[in-house]
Design a protein around this ligand. Structure first.
Ligand code: PLP
Length: 498
């Protein structure tokens, strides 16, 4: 595939030449001038700074920017652990309906019964999919779901009069797990991974005590390996009075096939922006639904969506709950997208999505391993689920080309890079996840590109190390690119970091 990204020397829109006198959005004086009778207190006091441009200028501006970018509509984004799914266009269309966009969160519930019905049905379906009793839509992202769950666990033990301050977390976990546990006030106890790529049971047994509040696990884990000892893990933790928390970022690997509730988990978070097809990357909005079963439902963030007779309503009753996590309803657009995704696939379709994701991963592994360049750590004979982690350590040792260099070279092939250097237990990690909508052709091309890059690395490492060359920007200065100043960048500043 030939690929060269566009480069436009595009000004920020506020720096563009103005055509008219006024700003794009009128403010105080303009409203007075055009004699629109609006209450004083809602009039804008100052200009937005947006120029008055003809439509064509605005359209060209954004099309040019999109040509310098890359997303799931351009090509695969196989970022392991991120589950970057195709975002169905029907969901874009329906979520832009004024019936959704014009609703105000303070509207009387009787005027938004249709929306509440969608939220209610989605809540019922998600509870069923994960085997929990009730879900709260309050957390806006996975990490916020984790923090909610960790606080719920803390409050639960507190109410039982128990001083349990240790949270067990495997060393393959996403960094947000230990971060959430620590933010909730727990000591984090790290559990090593065994040679099989799963939780080391002996190590687990050796640290479990009456101080154990619980364990945070994702299954399949971040190596893409199913924690087959999960029932035993559940037994070990529950026998000491601890709880099991499920990080749902990897739900795609068991979607419609197995349920966290049946594995013994007590609290679950889901990433609607991963498993249920909401667009993500670039800041959301996400959905980190948190679900619980039994007594733990009382601790879920409020409000909860309820139905009485044929009427839907929010239940704000909060005797033991951990309170609110977001304002109003939480992020509603990902919930509606989830509703559309589940309704269009049905139960059988969801299972098929999970199965195809798993088949894609294992087909890709076979293709990549036709050549000897990349290693599959932790028992290569075990099939992976929805994602796989390869190591480029051998290539680094023999050629000086790192996982990062390989990822940059993939950009030159017209592909998005995989997740790099995570999980931390794999050296020079390349973590790759193809979702259910990627075709066999895409998998073939990606495997061939990775092997081709490795071949180039052995012949002329400088070629890989100097990539990317075909993209609109070359290697960024990461420190500067992540600096808070980039939140309000000036063109001069961006010129410097490019
Ligand atoms: C395994 C895992 N857990 C939790 C999270 C956190 O989710 P979010 O980014 O929505 O906060 C991620 C995010 O990539 C993840 O991969």
């Amino acid at each position: 595939m030939r690929w060269r990204q566009a480069y436009w020397d595009e000004n920020f829109i506020q720096d563009k030449k103005r055509y008219g006198e006024g700003p794009l959005i009128p403010y105080e004086d303009d409203f007075r001038e055009i004699k629109i009778d609006l209450p004083e207190n809602i009039l804008r006091r100052s200009s937005t700074g947006l120029p008055d441009l003809p439509e064509i200028e605005v359209v060209r501006h954004f099309i040019r920017l999109s040509q310098m970018s890359y997303g799931v509509d351009t090509g695969p984004v196989p970022l392991g652990s991120c589950t970057m799914k195709y975002n169905p266009k029907i969901a874009d269309f329906l979520t832009q309906s004024p019936a959704i966009t014009d609703v105000h969160p303070l509207q009387d519930e009787d005027t938004v019964q249709g929306l509440l019905e969608i939220i209610y049905l989605t809540e019922r379906w998600l509870s069923e999919i994960v085997g929990m009793d009730k879900c709260s839509f309050q957390p806006p992202a996975g990490a916020a779901g984790e923090l909610s769950g960790a606080i719920m666990i803390k409050r639960y033990h507190h109410d039982k009069g128990q001083m349990r301050d240790e949270m067990l977390i495997p060393d393959s976990a996403h960094g947000s797990n230990p971060a959430s546990a620590a933010m909730a006030g727990f000591k984090v106890i790290r559990i090593p991974t065994s040679y099989k790529g799963t939780v080391d049971l002996d190590a687990l047994r050796s640290v479990v005590s009456d101080k154990t509040a619980g364990i945070m696990l994702t299954n399949p884990n971040t190596l893409g390996i199913f924690e087959e000892d999960i029932l035993e893990i559940s037994d070990i933790i529950h026998k000491t009075g601890g709880l099991l928390y499920y990080d749902g970022a990897n739900l795609n690997g068991i979607l419609g096939i197995a349920r966290p509730g049946d594995m013994g988990f007590d609290i679950v978070h889901l990433n609607l922006h991963k498993t249920f097809s909401s667009p993500h990357g670039g800041g959301g909005p996400g959905g980190g639904v948190v679900c619980a079963r039994g007594e733990l439902v009382d601790y879920l963030p409020r409000p909860l969506i309820m139905k009485e007779g044929s009427r839907y309503y929010w239940d704000y009753n909060c005797e033991r709950c951990i309170g609110r996590i977001s304002a109003f309803y939480g992020n509603i657009i990902p919930v509606i997208r989830t509703f559309i995704y589940i309704a269009s696939l049905s139960g059988r379709g969801l299972r098929e999505a999970g199965e195809i994701a798993i088949i894609n991963t294992n087909y890709f592994i076979k293709r990549l391993m036709e050549k000897p360049y990349y290693q599959l750590p932790y028992d290569p004979s075990r099939p992976r689920k929805h994602e796989v982690v390869f190591s480029a350590k051998k290539i680094l040792q023999e050629t000086g080309v790192s996982a990062e260099d390989i990822s940059k070279a993939l950009l030159d092939e017209g592909f998005h890079a995989p997740t790099m250097y995570f999980p931390l237990i794999v050296d020079e990690a390349l973590m790759i996840e193809f979702t259910e909508t990627e075709s066999r052709d895409v998998l073939d091309q990606y495997a061939e590109a990775l092997n081709r890059i490795a071949e180039v690395a052995y012949k002329d490492p400088s070629l890989v190390k100097s990539s990317p060359r075909n993209t609109s920007v070359r290697r960024l200065d990461y420190v500067r690119a992540n600096h808070p100043k980039t939140l309000a960048p000036t063109k001069k500043f961006l010129d410097k970091i490019w």
